[in-house]
Design a protein around this ligand. Structure first.
Ligand code: ADP
Ligand code: MG
Length: 238
């Protein structure tokens, strides 16, 4: 569960094309990172996979079914928003349980799922606090907790660490790597941070103006960049 395939995917905003024919197969359990400069289409592509943005042309396959026209809730994916998307008036427990409660899950089952997520994310000690009484890293863990409880087949992250300070970014990078090892779910992660990409990814997709410039393991991109754009972006010596 959690394989995703993009087939000749295009996105047009009016008569402006921002995604220009993307073909990509993401394996079950893979940690894939989209990198590229601001405006190259990373968020748009991620939002199309999530179903938050309509696909103009092409197909999005999830676990071998055509999900192109499916609404977000049907796709079984979790979009992890930045931590500021938490509900400020709710405790950590209620923030994490909210998606389940609103889906009508019985209270005792919600509690069991929330406790399990708290254990995985080491949030046990903070369950009764409000977001304002947490550190940036703890808040980001709560935001991840809110997506874990639904047992998604894949996680989608859009620059989840970009509003954290440098030390917390390093800590959360490590937490996300551990989360991937624990859950073994597919993860698609957008960043413009080369270090994040090089340390977390199984494969990196370098985007340039709505097209794939290169796909490969961090090592492949570093050692064999196909062109100067990739070399400069990855920081390889070529
Ligand atoms: P990135 O996340 O890589 O910085 P985006 O996916 O946000 O890039 O944006 C890609 C391009 O699409 C940009 O030129 C942006 O201005 C444009 N764009 C994004 N969303 C919209 C929208 N809703 N309407 C029109 N243009 C958009
Ligand atoms: Mg973006």
């Amino acid at each position: 569960m959690g394989s995703i395939a993009l087939k000749s995917v295009e996105k047009w905003f009016g008569d402006v094309q921002v995604i220009k024919g993307i073909d990509l197969e993401i394996a079950e359990g893979e940690f894939i990172i989209f990198v590229g400069p601001s405006g190259c289409g990373k968020s748009t592509l991620l939002r199309m996979i999530a179903g938050l943005e309509e696909t103009s042309r092409g197909q999005i396959m999830i676990d071998d079914r055509d999900a192109t026209a499916e609404p977000p809730a049907k796709r079984g994916l979790a979009m992890v928003f930045q931590s500021y998307a938490l509900y400020p008036h709710m405790s950590v427990r209620d923030n994490v349980g909210f998606p389940l409660k609103s889906a009508g899950m019985p209270a005792d089952e919600v509690t069991a799922k929330v406790d399990e997520a708290a254990r995985v994310l080491k949030l046990d000690a903070y369950m009764d606090r409000r977001p304002k009484d947490l550190s940036g890293g703890q808040r980001q863990r709560v935001a991840i907790g809110r997506s874990i409880v639904r047992d998604p087949t894949a996680f989608l992250f859009d620059e989840p660490l970009s509003n954290l300070d440098a030390a917390l970014r390093v800590e959360m990078r490590y937490e996300i790597a551990k989360l991937h090892q624990t859950l073994k779910s597919t993860m698609i992660y957008v960043t413009h941070d080369q270090v994040e990409a090089m340390t977390l990814a199984d494969r990196i997709v370098v985007l340039d103006g709505g097209r794939i410039a290169q796909v490969g393991s961090p090592r492949e991109l570093y050692e064999k960049p196909e062109n100067l754009f990739v070399a400069q972006f990855i920081g390889s010596p070529k």
